[in-house]
Design a protein around this ligand. Structure first.
Ligand code: FAD
Ligand code: SF4
Ligand code: SF4
Length: 469
């Protein structure tokens, strides 16, 4: 008889036929009974290889053991020792390439569902522990630190510094905090209430968040340090500048960057228009260019906003798609069509300047490139048109050059990428630290959080060695 513990317990999900018509969360997570059963699959390996796969070092076997024992609050407290945003990570970390990829259970069967258990513990605790006081009184030592950007790197850095007793202020350019968690990742994958609850937890610790504040415009980093009394600054400004392919037709009506499309939907709630005041135009035939999480989010949003057909165009094969497996699976189940090994050559339009099609060429895989992935090469004479009245370009983002251009002494690597030490986040400018997508280019939430955590420890060390102002 096969060992029943070889396979993971599935989590409940909305029916794809229903969920492709609403913005409610698709994955419903574990109930307490299933969480206990799944947690009981853990072998409590002595050397805990799973922990090495987590960029913030969550004590996985310890928290999973608490779930298995039915002590869900205890599990949450263990997770919180290393991770200030567990309800978010449990939902959107690429676990299959991080903690779960190292799980010993995965050698002969399915790895333990670490992410789902983390989400379960965090959601349970949010219901039970919401009135708990802050872990430590805010601003114990009254030394001021500024955090620029309220994405996962900034929030993590701010939380860790507040717990150490610093007076932390986050400056955020947009009108709501959360970075990509709020303006990029859709409600059906990461409910905004979850993000707001996690941010409220940081505010309880004493972190002050100032929105509509563009550092480099409202005030510069030098002004924050020299005139406003901040003794150190962490830059976590992300990579929010959309890239385009540079092919003809990208200026036609109906062509969006995924950034604009998703921001209109997530931050401005275009799906509730006219109750909200920012609309988004989605046609009948939508083409999405790209193969990452951003492309999957854009495609699934377009489906929900009533597009008749949504086609993802990706120039490599499915095995090379950078999107999370779960998201590709959900997109397929919801009726998104995939055209692999297909590369856009130009976007065509009608005489009024509206998009009509994406002209593509078929690709085949050649020799591996610098990234180790096989390079796609065009097949001669294979051009064809994919009809479209809306095209969403989701081929990546770069950091915004504003901070680099307004901060003398801050070393920048093109295009706008801040140079910072990987272990500490130290930049070329004394007292200024950086991390997350602004340093690495577009990456993942947990890597950004890991960078925020390392920088918080380095800022603490820096300020301890520096005379108080
Ligand atoms: P961000 O989250 O980009 O936050 C930066 C913040 O800084 C923003 O709020 C911005 O407004 C603010 N800012 C910028 N400039 C200034 C300034 N001058 N002054 C003040 N504030 C400023 N990763 C995953 O792990 N899993 C996923 O499923 C996933 N899905 C994604 C889906 C989408 C649509 C996108 C776009 C990304 C996704 N990612 C995912 C990647 C992940 O979200 C990022 O790697 C992560 O958010 C980076 O965090 P960050 O803190 O560096 O920056
Ligand atoms: Fe895994 Fe992410 Fe949780 Fe770390 S934070 S244990 S990588 S799900
Ligand atoms: Fe449990 Fe897997 Fe970690 Fe082993 S590697 S302790 S089985 S989660």
């Amino acid at each position: 008889m096969t060992d029943p513990k070889l396979h993971r317990y599935p989590a409940k999900e909305q029916d794809p036929a229903v969920c492709s018509g609403n913005f409610e969360e698709v994955s419903l997570g574990y109930d307490p009974e299933t969480a206990v059963l799944e947690a009981s699959r853990c072998l409590h390996c002595k050397n805990s290889p799973c922990v090495g796969g987590c960029p913030v070092g969550v004590r996985i076997p310890d928290f999973v053991a608490r779930v298995a024992a039915g002590d869900f609050d205890g599990a949450y407290r263990i997770i919180r020792l290393n991770n200030s945003l567990p309800a978010i990570c449990g939902r959107v970390c690429p676990q299959e390439t991080q903690c779960e990829s190292r799980c010993v259970r995965g050698i002969k069967g399915d790895p333990v569902s670490i992410g789902r258990l983390e989400r379960f513990a965090a959601d349970h605790a949010a219901k039970q522990l919401s009135d708990e006081p802050a872990v430590r009184p805010a601003a114990e030592n009254r030394r001021k630190v500024a955090v620029v950007g309220s994405g996962p790197s900034g929030l993590t850095c701010a939380g860790d510094l507040a717990r150490l007793g610093y007076d932390v202020h986050i400056f955020e350019a947009l009108h709501a905090p959360g970075g990509v968690l709020i303006y990029g990742i859709p409600e059906f994958r990461l409910p905004k209430s979850v993000v707001r609850d996690e941010i409220a937890g940081l505010e309880k610790l004493g972190v002050v968040i100032e929105t509509d504040f563009i550092v480099g415009k409202t005030l510069s980093i030098d002004e924050l340090m020299e005139e406003e009394g901040y003794e150190a600054v962490f830059i976590g400004t992300g990579a929010g500048l959309p890239r385009f392919q540079g092919i003809p037709g990208e200026n036609l009506n109906g062509v969006y960057s995924a950034n604009e499309f998703l921001t209109r939907i997530n931050l401005m709630k275009a799906y509730s228009f006219p109750e909200t005041d920012t609309p988004v135009r989605v046609g009948k035939k939508v083409a999405v260019i790209g193969g990452g999480n951003v492309a999957m989010d854009a495609a699934r949003c377009a489906k929900r906003l009533g597009a008749g057909s949504v086609t993802v165009i990706y120039r490599r094969s499915e095995a090379e798609m950078p999107a999370r497996l779960e998201e590709i699976g959900h997109a397929k189940a919801e009726g998104v069509r995939f055209m692999m090994l297909t590369s856009p050559e130009c976007i065509t339009g009608d005489p009024d300047g509206n998009v009509t099609a994406v002209r593509c060429v078929e690709m085949e895989l050649g020799e591996p490139d610098a990234s180790g992935r096989r390079r796609p090469v065009p097949k001669a004479g294979s051009e064809s048109d994919i009809e479209a009245d809306t095209v969403i370009v989701a081929i990546g983002n770069s950091p915004n050059p504003l901070i680099g251009g307004t901060t003398p002494g801050l070393e920048i690597r093109s295009p706008g990428v801040i140079v910072a030490d990987e272990a500490t986040g130290k930049t070329s400018k004394p007292g200024v630290f950086a991390g997350g997508d602004a340093v690495t280019g577009a990456a993942t939430i947990i890597l950004a959080m890991g960078a925020g955590k390392k920088a918080a420890a380095a800022i603490d060390e820096y300020l301890r060695g520096k005379t108080r102002r």
